[in-house]
Write a protein that binds this ligand. Sequence first.
Ligand code: HPA
Length: 278
Amino acid sequence: MTTFVTLEQIDQAADAIRERISTRPRVGMILGSGLNSLADSVQQAVTIPYRELPNWPISTVHGHTGQLVIGELEGQSVFVMQGRIHFYEGYSMSQITLPVRVMLRLGLEMMFVTNAAGGVNPDFVPGDMMLITDNLNLIGMMGANPLMGPNIDELGPRFPDMSQAYDRELMALARQVASSEDLPLREGVYCALSGPSFEGPADLRFLRMAGADAVGMSTVPEVIVARHGGMRVLGLSGISNKANLDGSTITTHEEVIEAGTIITPKVEKLIRGVLRSL
Ligand code: HPA
């Protein structure tokens, strides 16, 4: 049975957070595999382990610390999820996106999401940073959409538009920051699959034909829920491995985490720059 989260459960978690902070965060961030050290730079930080929050899903994956870090970064009041929860961990789509709904109830205006992804575009190499301009919701097309189940009208409409899932102004800001800070920035379409197995060569050839530039196991459900509630979204992928369209190399979680250490400084610089210019 699929578990659908209720507004009451969302508000229980939101209230538990509100009790522990005195600021009103403006920007939410979900930091992906190997990319979550930015949370350590948050000032006046209030840290809340996920396990202390009611109804909050707990991450089980190596490389994902499970805590919220709320404070100041580059003059902005931020709400950072250090570690995300994935669909493949066994939670429902509704459960993995509860944190985003909590962001909505706390009045956040924007959400920045980062992830580690396989490079499907043959020009991409491990270590590249990609601005997500759109996504391929294959996981949703297969019936796993986080908005399935009763619509929570207080959060958004039954049939939300997704024509501009990634905010044009935030993308423009990211490009400006990248160019002024000399950060090479790729752009492309991120495709979400459920995982946890990596793709095979035929999967990858199919994804390339379908228009994917990068592939991963997250982000799109969170973005849909954020857009449902009207938050503006910025998405960044760190390309951690080259998709293996001919089956000649293997992909491991270790290389994904390892590449994170190369990508992290770039992603951090870009996010800091965007925060400064908001
Ligand atoms: N495929 C899916 N998810 C990923 C990959 C990949 O190659 N790399 C990092 N996350």
